[in-house]
Design a protein around this ligand. Sequence first.
Ligand code: ADP
Ligand code: MG
Length: 323
Amino acid sequence: KEISELIAAGEVIERPSSVIKELVENSIDSGAKHITVEIKNGGTTYMRVTDDGCGMSFGDVPKAFLRHATSKIREKEDLENIITLGFRGEALASVAAVARVEIMTKQREELYGTLYTIEGSVEKSHEESGCPDGTTVIIRDLFYNVPARRKFMKKDVTEANAVSTILQKITMSHPDIAFRFIRDNRTEFHSGGDGELFSAIYAVYGRDFARDLIPVDYEYEGVKVGGYVIKPLYSKNNRAFQNFFVNGRYVRSRLCSAALENAYTNMIMTGKFPACVLLIDLAPSAMDVNIHPTKAEVRFTDEKSVTDAIYFAVKNAMMKDGL
Ligand code: ADP
Ligand code: MG
């Protein structure tokens, strides 16, 4: 049983950033308005996610750590939306299999909260405890019981950067939630949660970046394109600043990058790449979020209309800006 538990965990949990992604998505699902993420040593020894969401009841906490336990699929129709639900109740079970987990949680209407600890899938404690409304999950010593996995983790700075990158994208796709990211006792960024995409970008990438953006707002053949692109002069040395959110979800897409870059042809020096935070909205039936939910890959039914929509949207934005 223990072996199969570890193998299953490996499917979901690759490195600190995948843990953080799962925990933060749970916090978002819980209706939180404030989410704090703290890591130490790249997350390998310590990760904490604190939210002010709905919390869990005393009895529900241990259940949340059972594989395939999810409070999020009640109806059969929900299964059709399974991709948007992340891991169908695998995340907490998987993390608990390969780390030491401590969770404090309290529902607003309850007098007391719950403190629960579990290590390598073994429950260590389950008691009532005074704690603030919402949930805090602390993960210590990731892969402490899986030396082979531990070896695959990169240098702390690399792991921390991966966490930072994922959080940046989550922050930009949820401008209505205030995020704080603390890395080795220092706040790396925090967003205000005022609901404005521009504020979230400013929080994540800083003032200089935000200053060089132009707004995009366009619709073409049922594909809406909003957000911001960078002025050609301020293009970057790599594609790390290309952010595409399709129906609110971060995706990696060669097609989107190519459409964006085509709109900049003849406008930038070779070897430079435009930056963007583009929100692409289309009918859910017009896309197919692929295979493995962590891969963040997307396939469009009608590739041409998406390509054209992005291209025209960016051209239009530049024209309006006098470029
Ligand atoms: P899933 O998110 O797919 O349901 P998880 O393993 O990530 O599976 O979480 C299991 C369950 O634990 C969730 O369905 C939810 O009920 C509960 N849960 C996890 N994190 C939180 C949180 N931060 N706030 C409230 N409930 C949570
Ligand atoms: Mg989850």
